[in-house]
Design a protein around this ligand. Sequence first.
Ligand code: ATP
Length: 476
Amino acid sequence: MQNMSRLSAIRDALAQSPENISLLLLFARECLDEHNTAEAREIFEKVLTLDPGQIDAQLGIARVLYAEGDLSGAAVRAERVLQGDPNYAPAHLLLSRVCLGEGDKARATLHFDRAAQADVTLVDPALERELGRTVRDARRTGPILPPESVFGDALFDADSGPEFFDDPYSGDPPFEWRPETFYAPGDPERSRVTFADVGGMDELKEEIRLKIIYPLQYPDLYKAYGKKTGGGIMIYGPPGCGKSLILRAAAGEVSCNYLSVGLHEIFDPYFGSSERNLHQVFETARANAPCVLVFDEIDSLAMDRRNVRESQLRNLVNQFLHELDALRSDDQRILVIGSTNQPWLIDPAFRRPGRFDQVIFVPPPDELARTQIVELFAHDKPISGLDSAKLVGMTEGFSGADLKWVFDRAAELTLSSAIHAGKSKPVTMELLMDVAKRHSPSAASWFESLKSQPQFSNEDSLLKEVRSFMNASKAK
Ligand code: ATP
């Protein structure tokens, strides 16, 4: 019943804008979920007449065929999609299901692995159960494939199986470590978020450009001025202010390799293994330079050795310092960016020149940044009477995540009332203001907890910017 109301709400919205591709796709997917394959096919075909290259619609037709039991038709369509974009995870997932339907579990597993490597957010618990394999298994043990080498006939040719497992870093030495997030230039998965999706942080954006984007664009100029590429930037600040977001955006912005390291990829209970893992991370970055190497939540890896009792952890911190120094010794063309909510936990040795010599505070967004963020969140959304300036004025101290919550919550409440009313409705400015009024800035507790840190009272230069920020906020 609810689904029917949802369908009719989308149908109403389509009556207003019949050529809105996102709405058409949403509607077609809903039809498919309702097993209404005829209407789903009609809508996907309509999208393709509006935009023949629309990949979701192309795969939509393959999904319709699969739902109708035409496995070979679905496979042909999905393979065609992959010829255009070898890393399109949903097509691999569909092919995995097709292969499983045809009783070919080995090939189903290959496609599943490829989907999982291309997009870890894709989940299909039913398929995982049938294959006895999780997305995590696939990402840790499956082959790493450079995007351009992926399919073509190789995967579908039974004799070429072993080649598929070739290490793309086939130079020497072969690395045991397989990064979970490694994007080569041109990888379609990496370009979704760019600096344009991040409000504010102009200083940080420019630092990243100066250290890796411009040197690659203007190598001769950099040579002429004797400037090296890369270096270290550490960013810190309260939660929800976009640190992780800008790290992701760096991937979409730079035109070189990008490697993001998860802590679980480093820590290992066996003696010496964590250091070796960390070394392999840097080796991989070196082998793939120029490269951006990203450590989110760096405080767990770069902790202050004075607070660490276990020698194993101290060795890991020493290893990290050693790797950063090794990068400095030559123009390694690697930009290392670390981010943390708890800069006071980090060993001061990391802030020495040549290591993380740029330490940048990411505060809650100021008025200009909030304006940009509000515009980003409001873009393309059905909102009536939006008054950005008013919303920005009443959200002083809100982080980007707080603002996101306001928009998400207002959209959720509007959707619920649209479903009950059986017709689509826009989010109203009144609702946005009402939700914002009831929300308190989440960064406040971070600033409060900071006051108890010794570095706050002993005037350590690390927190200088935060102190100025707090004084300026108090003076307002
Ligand atoms: P934490 O330290 O808790 O990981 P963080 O500072 O890394 O927090 P993010 O995880 O990047 O914050 O932010 C959460 C979400 O809030 C983002 O995915 C994004 O939707 C939104 N957001 C935060 N800051 C911004 C910003 N400056 N511009 C646009 N969106 C933002």
